[in-house]
Design a protein around this ligand. Structure first.
Ligand SMILES: [Zn+2]
Length: 68
């Protein structure tokens, strides 16, 4: 595939994904992922804490490993 054509295909892709975020570092779509953290309350019981995080190639391995 000529280089120019792949660039055009990429542009079309970017237009079709309008509204989505593309990470400038890894050039992949940044997805919003809901994660649940267990947080211990002062009373000593575990409370689930919901959080939205942005995931792209830069941090997806860490997210999958539970580091984020
Ligand atoms: Zn990234």
């Amino acid at each position: 595939m000529p280089k120019g054509r792949s660039f055009a295909a990429k542009l079309a892709h970017d237009i079709s994904t309008e509204g989505k975020m593309i990470c400038p570092k890894c050039n992949t779509e940044v997805k919003k992922v809901k994660i649940i953290r267990s947080k211990k309350s002062k009373a000593g019981s575990w409370m689930p804490k919901y959080e939205m995080i942005s995931v792209c190639k830069c941090n997806e391995k860490d997210v999958m490993a539970g580091k984020v």
